[in-house]
Design a protein around this ligand. Structure first.
Ligand code: SAM
Length: 309
């Protein structure tokens, strides 16, 4: 399985690439950590993304995840997936809020997208509006059901749990997921730079330990995902729930096999750092050779350092 895979200086294989396609978003979630962070003036197009993925593929990357901002705001999203798919990766997935998914699910599936994770924290319209500051709940639900219909399998719902906002909705969301053949991922809230950290954590943070205890009591089977920070999966009543809790930085880094690309085309070697980015897109745009681009890609890999090293 690790054939052709490049390892960093700490023997961690680089198996996946997460590309933040844009920082633009059509909602403004209360808790959002604004993945990608830098403001992108000049977003990458399908051809440029193809070149980057080609270099990644040549260096053993197996999986591509497309994210944002909101990736479906990219007008050329279908072409992007189509081009990346021509490189024959093992898995191409997308994280989306689902609002535009009803329109895009089928063309994306046909273009080669394998699966989607859709962020949806509530099935209650008022709560949705409180979290997202927009009234798009029905659009998101239609998008999710369309993704199931066209087979973007497994469709997963990412539900961030917040105290006094949606912690009482887990059962409803689970039933919606189970009834529609969707995997539910419960996500423990991470402190966000977007908000006043102290107040935000105090007001909304809800530890998922207790939820997990209850899940393990009622589950017919529990499995641990070894290469995913030991996340647990609970099988209940024909449905599936995965619990995503923050891990300490050292554990996170020890298990990290992912490289990232920022929306302005830089290699981001480490999720937790912004001081070791490597410029990539200007070299692609200047037409430098694939050989040179590969060297830059490897430079990005070599800059990876575990948190406590
Ligand atoms: N717009 C896309 C979406 O909504 O899925 C992709 C970007 S969004 C930032 C990616 C994921 O990060 C979502 O599943 C969201 O729930 C999660 N996320 C953002 N801020 C978070 C936080 N403070 N704690 C936990 N998860 C967070």
């Amino acid at each position: 399985m690790l054939e052709g895979v490049v390892k960093d200086k700490f023997e961690r294989p680089i198996l996946s690439l997460r590309i933040t396609l844009t920082n633009r978003c059509n909602v403004n979630c209360l808790y959002c950590h604004h993945d990608g962070m830098v403001q992108s003036k000049d977003e990458m197009n399908a051809e440029e993304l193809y070149t980057i993925c080609k270099i990644a593929k040549k260096n053993g990357v197996k999986k591509i995840r497309l994210s944002g901002g909101e990736p479906l705001l990219k007008k050329d999203i279908v072409e992007i997936v189509e081009k990346i798919n021509s490189l024959d990766f093992k898995d191409i997935s997308m994280t989306t809020n689902g609002i535009l998914l009803e329109k895009y699910a089928k063309p994306l599936k046909e273009a080669g997208l394998d699966r989607v994770n859709v962020s949806l924290d509530t099935l209650n319209r008022k709560t949705y509006e409180f979290i997202a500051k927009k009234d798009y709940l029905e659009d998101a639900k239609k998008g999710i059901l369309k993704a199931v219909e066209v087979g973007l399998y497994p469709v997963k719902i990412n539900m961030v749990i917040m105290k006094d906002i949606n912690q009482n909705e887990i059962k409803d969301m689970f039933e919606f997921c189970r009834d529609n053949d969707i995997v539910l991922q419960l996500i423990e809230l991470i402190e966000s730079e977007n908000c006043d950290n102290d107040k935000f954590s105090k007001d909304y943070h809800y530890k998922l330990d207790m939820v997990e205890e209850r899940l393990s009591d009622i589950a017919s089977d529990v499995r641990e995902r070894k290469f995913m920070q030991g996340r647990k999966k609970y099988y209940i009543d024909g449905g599936e729930i995965e619990v995503v809790k923050p891990v300490d930085n050292a554990t996170f880094c020890a298990n990290c096999s992912r490289l990232r690309i920022t929306p302005d085309g830089k290699i981001k070697p480490c999720l937790l750092r912004n001081d070791n980015l490597v410029e990539l897109i200007s070299h692609v745009r200047n037409g430098v050779s694939e050989e040179e681009l590969e060297k830059i890609f490897i430079t990005g890999i070599n800059k990876r350092e575990p948190y406590n090293s």
